[in-house]
Ligand binder design. Structure first.
Ligand code: PHE
Length: 488
């Protein structure tokens, strides 16, 4: 904590034009971790792993974190710190600085929209977690079997009024922090509550060990069976790498814009990615043993943690206490992520319309609230209203979306398309278009590491993203078959 202690008032006299700054690198790491660690790790990672058959999916996901996620995170933080503005203006400014078109601002725009759409459903799911706090605390789950626990979940999501109430409350909490500026409250809260969440996960791992199905859970997570993974599975593993690290939409860019000069972007990125991955893997190590111990389906979908964890709490000592604490901390983790989801839109609106932070928060909060209704109704009133979209070629049928509700569609559009596309453009910009002297100056690592980063961000990451996209559209299968039909 010793370095770069800059207060907001100091920086306003400094060279940053009054822009807020984190008070140290540690605080930046905590805030970025707060953004990264959220529902993505504890709610989404286990259920999409279960939907995609386990080990092979996890392996692809880990590979994407290492080869795509970390280099792009460095690129995104770097652009943010150099631009020091909202994502749209940052991209315009940097493009100009290196002699390129101002239409790079569109990248920032896509991020603002992605963040907005993600928050609309994120807030509803965080509302589920909130709804579980009083249920845990009042002992609703005590002694319940898995059918009864399933019922509690089914009942919750079938009731739009209840979902709307929690969604509203969560969104209000998010906007209240955003309206005040992200620095003050967030810094302190993240410092204490994140480590607590971590300790609680450790306690749950001990419980999972005691279920007698721990090994089976580990095997499910870590033994890749490639026959189980599909092209869509690969796309969602990659999409999730972006989602879980908060990449590709400007959240980390905006946080990077508050980063004091001179702090190491590489170390910070690696630290954040490691902590984020650790939390996800821990969540998997908790959920799957419980799934197997209770003969549940790993592919239960978005309700997975809500159907499994209460079972664990209902059977452990002090389960009511730990369960309440767990869902509280999950809400908290979601809260620190949701703040970063809307921050790009807020900074952009403040600048574009010359309005105050409070006004920007009220307006965008209202819009997100309405958009969230789509997700609320996806689980009840409009659950039958689904779309299926396939591309069929003579080389096979490629399912883009199957029986997708509005929620599934939003999730697919944002995680599997918008974030990777945003990340791809960030990589291309940082690796190919930004002047080398600038990226070298910002990253400030030795020649060896700069070269590695540069290779990853110029070649590996963009090529991987493009291949995964093409693969999901069936283009790769098409080329392979063509190749085969020429007798190679
Ligand atoms: N990374 C967050 C999570 O895992 C979600 C998020 C995505 C936050 C994109 C900001 C930007 O829950």
């Amino acid at each position: 904590m010793s370095e770069a202690v800059t207060t907001a008032s100091e920086s306003s006299q400094g060279n940053l034009g009054g822009r807020e700054q984190w008070s140290s690198r540690l605080v930046f790491i905590l805030a970025a971790t707060g953004s990264a660690v959220g529902l993505g790790n504890i709610w989404k990672f286990p259920y999409i792993t279960g939907e995609n058959g386990g080990g092979a999916f996890v392996l692809v996901y880990l590979l994407c974190i290492a080869a795509i996620g970390i280099p792009i995170m460095m690129a995104e933080i770097m652009l943010g710190r150099r631009g020091r503005q909202d994502p749209v203006s940052t991209m315009k400014k940097l493009a100009q600085e290196s002699g390129h078109s101002r239409s790079w601002g569109l990248l920032g725009w896509m991020g603002v929209i992605a963040g907005f759409l993600i928050l609309s459903y994120y807030s509803v799911i965080a509302g589920w977690a909130m709804a579980y706090v009083p249920r845990m605390a009042s002992g609703v789950f005590t002694g319940m079997d898995s059918a009864a626990v399933n019922n509690v979940f089914a009942e919750l999501v079938s009731n739009p009024e209840v979902l709307i109430t929690w969604h509203s409350l969560f969104l209000f909490m998010t906007m209240a922090v955003v309206a005040r500026g992200v620095r003050g409250g967030l810094e302190k809260a993240v410092t204490y509550l994140m480590p607590m969440l971590f300790v609680l996960l450790l306690i749950l791992i001990f419980y999972a060990i005691g279920t007698g199905h721990f090994e089976q859970g580990l095997q499910y997570l870590f033994t890749p069976d490639f026959s189980k993974i599909t092209t869509e599975g690969i796309l969602s593993a990659m999409g999730h790498a972006f989602f879980t690290l908060s990449l590709g939409m400007g959240a980390i860019m905006v946080y990077g814009s508050y980063l004091p000069p001179g702090t190491s972007i590489a170390k910070a990125s690696i630290a954040v990615a490691c902590m984020d991955t650790l939390v996800a893997i821990m969540a998997g190590m908790i959920i799957f043993p419980i799934v197997f111990a209770n003969a549940l389906e790993p592919s239960a979908g978005p309700g997975l943690i809500f159907k499994t964890l209460p079972l664990a709490f209902s059977h452990m000592d002090y389960g009511r206490f730990f369960g309440t604490l767990f869902f509280l901390l999950l809400v908290f983790a979601a809260w620190t992520s949701s703040i970063s989801l809307i921050e790009p839109a807020i900074t952009w609106a403040m600048k574009t319309f010359q309005i105050t932070r409070i006004k920007a928060a009220v307006i965008s909060g209202g819009l997100v609230w309405f958009a969230g209704l789509l997700t609320v109704f996806s689980f009840n009133l409009t659950s039958e209203l689904t779309i299926t979209s396939t591309i069929s070629t003579q080389y096979g049928e490629f399912v883009i979306l199957k029986d997708a509700t509005a929620f599934d569609f939003l999730d697919y559009l944002t995680s599997n398309i918008m974030l990777p596309l945003g990340g791809l453009l960030i990589a291309v910009y940082a690796g190919w278009l930004m002047k080398k002297e600038y990226s070298r100056e910002e990253l400030n690592v030795n020649r060896f590491w700069y070269t590695i980063w540069s290779l990853l961000v110029r070649f590996v990451a963009p090529i991987m993203v493009v291949i995964v996209f093409l693969n999901a559209m069936g283009v790769v299968a098409f080329i392979r078959t063509m190749y085969g039909s020429f007798g190679f």
